[in-house]
Design a protein around this ligand. Structure first.
Ligand code: TRP
Length: 336
């Protein structure tokens, strides 16, 4: 049987260049590998901290699926599926929850960081952190093991969650007998993509992202406001392209004119406005095929739905087999 690679993404917003040049590069490669590739739209996980905004999560499931397909995820090679449709994941979560202590969950660095961020953002206290949120690593362990995921492509921030999953697998197998597959993290080699403001990370909450669905007017506004070398005051001052986000994006989208951009910037023969205008044009060119695919899918929502349906069906088949094995190992298979 083919080995499984599984990863997930929360449907909480549109994809941006950080995804496109980061995680998605990895996924595009993996869908052409010899593995069976499952890509989960983690709506249940998104609800752990968006439970009071079901409309947002619902909308974003389809929006995210459309974004993924637009940037080249191929449903013939990748099983895209919706987490909440796989009831087996919820069942496994309940069974695994006995194998994890509260203390361990509170110590999980990813959970800890996220709780701290929420406190900083909303001024909430520890008491308002829900059971579901603190427990989401258990649910993520169910995501991974339900499909016998052996390789899990994630960013570094997710490593503690894979570690937690490995502990659950180890404990489960030692108590109930060898049943679950042990997963390994698969770190992407792609670097983090910087934001328009020069921040090391492009992110929705940082307000410094270029989205793949941004229209031409938005792209123009964003690039015009991008951070350049602050030492360059006048149009013909020489500057350091390495300190400029405009140059950074020229490089990222592989502008074929890159050498000239660099040389002219260093010499002071290229003004920032001119340079930004060139980037706007090239960025629009770069995004054009993605926008066109997105536009097509927006006009054919039934195609997206069909893709999600058949990916989910295939995922369900796999998860139900795992659940059967788990229940029999736990001796809760009464009528078999
Ligand atoms: N927690 C991941 C994130 O926030 C998303 C995710 C959900 C995931 N289920 C997963 C990642 C299973 C890997 C495996 O990005």
């Amino acid at each position: 049987m083919k080995k499984v690679i599984l990863t997930g993404i929360r449907p909480t917003g549109n994809l941006h260049l950080g995804h496109l040049f980061g995680a998605a590069q990895n996924w595009l490669k993996l869908q052409d590998s010899e593995y069976d590739f499952y890509l989960e739209i983690a709506d249940v996980q998104a609800l752990t901290d968006n439970y009071n905004d079901p409309d947002k999560v619902h909308r974003n499931v389809f929006e995210l699926a459309t974004d993924l397909l637009s940037l080249g995820i191929d449903p013939k090679k990748t099983n895209i599926f919706i987490q909440s449709e796989i009831g087996e994941i919820a069942e496994l979560t309940v069974f695994y929850s006995n194998l994890v202590t509260m203390a361990r969950l509170y110590r999980n660095p990813t959970v800890k960081t996220e709780i701290a961020q929420k406190k900083a953002l909303f001024g909430t206290t520890g008491e308002s952190v829900t059971y579901g949120f603190v427990g989401y690593p258990v649910s993520q362990a169910a995501d991974i093991t339900a499909f016998e995921g052996e390789l899990v492509p994630v960013g570094e921030d997710q490593l503690p969650l894979i570690e937690q999953c490995r502990e659950i697998v180890k404990k489960f197998n030692s108590i109930y007998g060898e049943t679950l597959k042990m997963p390994e993290p698969y770190l992407s080699e792609t670097p983090r993509i910087k934001g328009l403001d020069g921040n090391d990370k492009m992110g929705k909450s940082l307000g410094n992202a270029i989205y793949i669905v941004d229209d031409e007017e938005t792209i123009k506004k964003k690039i015009m406001g991008a951070v350049t070398d602050t030492n360059k005051i006048k149009k013909d001052d020489p500057a350091n392209p390495e300190k400029c986000m405009v140059y950074y994006y020229h490089k990222l989208i592989k502008n074929d004119n890159l050498e000239t951009v660099c040389k002219e910037c260093k010499k002071g023969t290229r003004g920032c406005v001119q340079c930004k205008k060139e980037l706007i044009e090239k960025m629009n060119e770069f995004l054009k095929p993605i926008r066109e695919k997105k536009e097509y899918l927006r006009n054919h929502p039934e195609e997206v739905e069909e893709i999600l349906k058949s990916g989910t069906e295939k995922a369900k088949e796999k998860a139900s087999k795992t659940l059967k094995d788990v229940k029999s190992a736990m001796k809760i298979n009464y009528f078999e």
